[in-house]
Design a protein around this ligand. Structure first.
Ligand code: ADP
Length: 265
């Protein structure tokens, strides 16, 4: 079976007033069905560019991106995208926000309502279905955005720093909630973060990127079972994995022998 995402020798350049900027150079990556993959690296290493190429919001300069075996030619309902800004419609209630994509799909009202309620409950917002976004905290708004993305049953969820604007305590709670949702639904997730701890805690596999030009500098397996726990987060094994990812992000030149890809030192 084809991988869920296949990125094949993708280069992306931008023509700017300062000349040509190479955002990604010769990047290749496969993501399997049901995987939770995190993408980590310093600002400007091309993480968002890569996500937007998969979302179909950008096209590669050379190379190609396939989702579920088909070349990406534009955005589609098979790919749900969640950005750091919650992007909820402020004049719609939580339920109406979740229903929005279902309405576009032509789903009947009763079915739409039931589906929206189911996903609001899944993210812990069942009692807030009638609330407007301004009545919700940052974490709740992001839960609503996640419910909206999940409700249309995308095969793939693309998340660009979704927890970047949240305080540290809420963020940890959101990580656990997202993993619980993912474990129930097992959709493929590609999740961008700056935060090394978050990258390791969430992922089965961490893709480390480095800048100038953007490329993949390391791929680190996280051989910890799900559900993830606080004990795991504080374990020596976690610290070791975290250390490798940290070095990859902060000292990219010291990385990496491709022959050791996926194996811990
Ligand atoms: P990240 O998400 O890792 O911070 P980006 O994908 O946003 O990285 O950016 C990668 C590189 O591409 C950066 O050098 C950035 O300045 C450049 N870039 C991104 N978008 C554009 C654009 N629309 N025009 C010109 N350069 C861009």
């Amino acid at each position: 079976m084809a991988p869920m995402i296949a990125i094949e020798s993708v280069t992306k350049t931008y023509d700017t007033s300062r000349g040509t900027v190479t955002s990604l150079r010769d990047v290749s990556l496969d993501v399997e069905r049901g995987e939770f993959v995190t993408l980590v690296g310093p600002s400007g290493c091309g993480k968002s560019t890569l996500l937007n190429l998969i979302a179909g919001l950008l096209t590669p300069t050379t190379g190609q991106v396939l989702v579920d075996g088909r070349p990406v030619t534009g955005p589609g309902p098979d790919r749900g995208v969640i950005f750091q800004q919650y992007a909820l419609f402020p004049w719609l209630t939580a339920r109406e926000n979740v229903e929005f994509g279902l309405r576009l799909q032509g789903m009947k009202k009763a079915e739409r309502r039931a589906r929206a309620q189911q996903y609001l409950e899944l993210v812990g917002l069942g009692r807030f279905a009638s609330s407007l976004p301004k009545e919700l905290s940052g974490g709740m708004k992001q839960r609503c955005a996640i419910a909206r993305a999940y409700a249309v049953h995308p095969t793939l969820l693309l998340m660009d720093e979704p927890f970047g604007a949240l305080d540290a305590v809420t963020r940890v709670q959101m990580q656990d909630d997202l993993l619980a949702t993912w474990q129930q639904e097992r959709r493929t997730v590609l999740f961008i973060t700056h935060d090394v701890d978050e990258a390791v805690y969430l992922a089965g596999r961490v893709i480390v990127m480095s800048p100038s030009p953007g490329r993949i500098s390391d791929v680190v397996d996280v051989p910890l079972a799900y559900p993830r726990t606080e004990e795991m987060r504080l374990s020596a094994q976690f610290a070791k994995i975290r250390g490798r990812v940290w070095r990859g992000v902060h000292h990219p030149a010291a990385n990496t022998d491709p022959a050791t890809e996926g194996a811990l030192p």
